[in-house]
Design a protein around this ligand. Structure first.
Ligand SMILES: [Zn+2]
Ligand SMILES: [Zn+2]
Length: 442
């Protein structure tokens, strides 16, 4: 028992957070060399979504060495590590394991030279190696300071984030049924903000997404005899142009959304009118109901334009994948942000802006019986020197000139990112866990 104030049931005692964080993070200096070695190793040996066997094994063995009960191969290469430490909330800490088919151009000594068997380059261009290394570092300091907190820590190494499949695959594999439904889920992502700064947004942190494929059917003919055809290229062009009216005409100016046609394929020769055209679209919205309206609009326009062209049959509209919006639980987000303010100081917090990119993290909010509170924040990784040298005076101008996620030049400040990333996840976890010695009264 310690003589710290007892927390109010269901909450932690704010006055003791910094003291508890010090007790846990006193182990960070001992842990950081391992975190750094793991980071450099993962960075040099990235694995694409669904192929994270080596990464998962590195994570699993390190969690086992710290005393976690580890289960491998949960929904693909997913890793689950449990540390039960008395009565208290269960807090899920999530890190993503996968890399991208991007060629690394950083020139770093630990740069990736990996290629797939097909010759495709592979790089940790989204900073998931930072997330994973900090996840393992956080797991280690929590395991070494069990007298400072009570509850259960569930460490999740999630595969296949970039394809937006891994979180759902882990849940479908019974993550919550097998290991318990958590009381809080925490995740963090790198961003080209200054290292040591953090961005939290109340409400929606990131847009939801949908990936849509349209197959438009026409009738092929000689290029010199268009009157014998139903030209799917002209039909497709009309669809592309008309789709632009969804955001501009069918939604309110206050409803943020993106409709992008990223792929338009048709035909093989200049003088042959083909039989069909294929379009692939990405849809981003700030609200799941708006996403449903945009998807309905896409289908309506594709069918309407096909009918107007005299197409021999209606288009095929397939939603190949979708993610909900990444919505923070208000109370949990405030608790995490307050904890970060207490630990790092208020100057370390950057005003939250809506990110139009998407994540499969929100699937963790889908509990079997009720929604699970989730909180997701961004951590800065840009070195002070690079930040200073970036053109511009406002953060927005500087960020626009710095390499961001999915760039071959994305190069997080190694020491600063790993230290502050371990601290931010640890402090957030402690804000959710009970204080050491506290009764099981939550
Ligand atoms: Zn990414
Ligand atoms: Zn990412």
């Amino acid at each position: 028992m310690n003589d710290a104030p007892q927390p109010v049931p269901g909450t932690s005692a704010p006055s003791s957070l910094k003291a508890r964080a010090r007790r846990v993070l006193q182990h960070l200096d001992a842990v950081l060399p391992n975190v750094d070695a793991l980071y450099a190793d993962l960075h040099e040996h990235p694995e694409l979504s669904g192929h994270e066997a080596r990464t998962a094994s590195e994570v699993a063995s390190r969690l086992e060495a710290e005393g976690y009960e580890v289960t491998r191969d949960v929904g693909g290469h997913g890793v689950v590590g449990l540390l039960r430490n008395g009565d208290g909330p269960t807090v899920l800490l999530r890190g993503d394991l996968d890399a991208l088919p991007v060629e690394e151009k950083t020139g770093l000594p630990y740069a990736s030279h990996e290629r797939t068997d097909d010759g495709e380059p592979v790089m940790h261009a989204c900073g998931h190696d930072v997330h994973t290394a900090c996840l393992v570092g956080t797991a280690a300091v929590l395991a070494r300071s069990r007298d400072a907190w009570r509850g259960t820590v569930m460490v999740v190494g999630q595969p296949a984030e970039e394809t937006l499949e891994g979180a759902k695959a882990m849940l479908d594999a019974g993550l919550y049924a097998r290991f318990g439904t958590p009381d809080a889920v925490l995740g963090q992502h790198t961003a080209p903000l200054p290292v040591g700064t953090f961005m939290h947004r109340e409400g929606v942190a990131m847009m939801g997404s949908a990936h849509v494929r349209l197959r438009l059917f026409g009738r092929g003919a000689h290029g010199a005899q268009p009157e014998l055809s139903v030209d799917p290229v002209v039909l497709g062009a009309s669809v592309v142009m008309r789709l632009q009216t969804i955001v501009s005409r069918a939604l309110s100016p206050l409803e943020a959304a993106v409709v992008t046609v990223g792929r338009f394929q048709a035909g093989t020769r200049a003088n042959v009118i083909p039989d069909e055209a294929v379009l692939e679209l990405t849809v981003r919205t700030e609200d799941d109901a708006v996403q449903a309206r945009v998807l309905a609009g896409i289908e309506r326009i594709a069918k309407g334009e096909a009918a107007a062209s005299g197409a021999p049959k209606p288009p095929q509209v397939e939603v190949l994948g979708r993610t909900p919006v990444n919505r923070n639980d208000p109370a949990l987000l405030r608790r995490v942000r307050d904890a970060h303010a207490e630990w790092f100081g208020c100057d370390a917090l950057v005003p939250g802006v809506l990110v139009t990119a998407s994540e499969d993290f929100p699937f963790f909010a889908q509990g079997p019986e009720h929604p699970v509170p989730t909180a997701y924040w961004f951590m800065g990784i840009t070195s002070p020197k690079a930040w200073e040298q970036a053109p511009g005076t406002t953060p927005q101008e500087k960020v626009a000139h710095l390499p961001g996620p999915h760039s071959g030049f994305y190069a997080p400040d190694r020491a600063g990112s790993l230290r502050t990333g371990c601290e931010s996840l640890t402090v957030a976890a402690l804000a959710c866990l009970h204080e050491g010695g506290a009764s099981a009264n939550h």
